[in-house]
Design a protein around this ligand. Structure first.
Ligand code: 48H
Length: 250
């Protein structure tokens, strides 16, 4: 006999156990696209207590649709080491280009992140917490609250480091820039894949004390070109920001 109420009890008990274990964490990542998922996996594997928030129902960000809905994803040689580490297959297309299936890449990155970090989907990060000139956490609410424009107050979580992995929007840096007045966003530039790919890796960094940026948000913050449907830079930018956060938190 299945008791429906036991099902309800199991879900709510385990959900709130997970939520409570994440409200004071080492690293809070906003955005479950390629860069955020890689950073979450790497930092979680290193032993940090990592919580990732994604406002959509599914994680994966811009990976699923490949280029113009052709669901294959190009990565360059340097990034294949991450695919190997995450057990994601790819084919050599010659001239230094490798192609992964967008569905396998999304699934593989999500699986690895969910094994090493605590993930909350359907959760919108709507504000940041700042104390004594340092980002100390995030203000979160159900994505449905934002969508329905309901007047419902959010909750807060604290973290030693916040990573903005929200893609083109650079949502967290945008809020922090407006509310602290301590830095400005230069805005993403035209397409130039070579410069864009290099830039999002090299300039992944701490932009404000306690606030780090990775992936496409790096381009929005530092005024770098976009790169189109090549994803090696996103994976390597996630890895780079994880290295910086690890060094600073230690
Ligand atoms: C919770 C949020 C919030 C919020 C946004 O866009 P993404 O895939 O991000 P990246 O930087 O890892 O990858 C970028 C890549 O997908 C891309 O767009 C490329 C390479 N473009 C090149 C080009 O030239 O166009 O994922 C960001 C995620 C999304 O899933 C959002 O839903 C989520 O962040 N998100 N989650 N609270 N406030 N804002």
């Amino acid at each position: 006999m299945i008791d429906e109420i036991e099902v309800t009890k199991a879900i709510t008990e385990k959900y709130f156990e997970k939520f409570l274990s994440g409200i004071r964490c080492d690293v809070a990542i906003v955005g479950g696209g390629p860069s955020g998922l890689v950073a979450a996996s790497i930092l979680g594997k290193k032993g940090f207590n990592v919580t990732l928030f994604e406002k959509k129902l599914s994680l994966g960000g811009g990976i699923w649709g490949g280029g113009m809905m052709f669901n294959k994803v190009v990565v360059q040689k340097e990034a294949t080491q991450i695919l190997d580490e995450f057990n994601i297959s790819y084919e050599d297309c010659g001239n230094g280009y490798f192609v992964a299936d967008a569905i396998e890449l999304s699934g593989g990155l999500i699986y690895n992140a969910s094994r090493n970090a605590r993930i909350f989907n359907l959760t919108n990060v709507e504000d940041v917490m700042v104390k004594d000139g340092r980002m100390t956490g995030l203000v979160v609410n159900w994505a449905a609250v934002e969508m329905a424009k309901l007047h419902i107050d959010p909750l807060t979580i604290s973290s030693r480091a916040v990573i903005d992995a929200t893609g083109h929007d650079a949502a967290i840096c945008t809020i922090a820039s407006r509310k602290t007045g301590k830095f400005n966003l230069a805005g993403e530039k035209y397409m130039n894949a070579e410069l864009g790919e290099r830039g999002v890796i090299e300039r992944a960094s701490e932009v404000f004390p306690g606030l780090y940026v990775t992936g496409m948000s790096v381009a929005a913050v530092y005024g770098l070109p976009r790169m189109g449907p090549i994803f090696g830079g996103m994976l390597l930018s996630g890895k780079r920001v994880a290295e910086i956060v690890e060094k600073n938190l230690k």
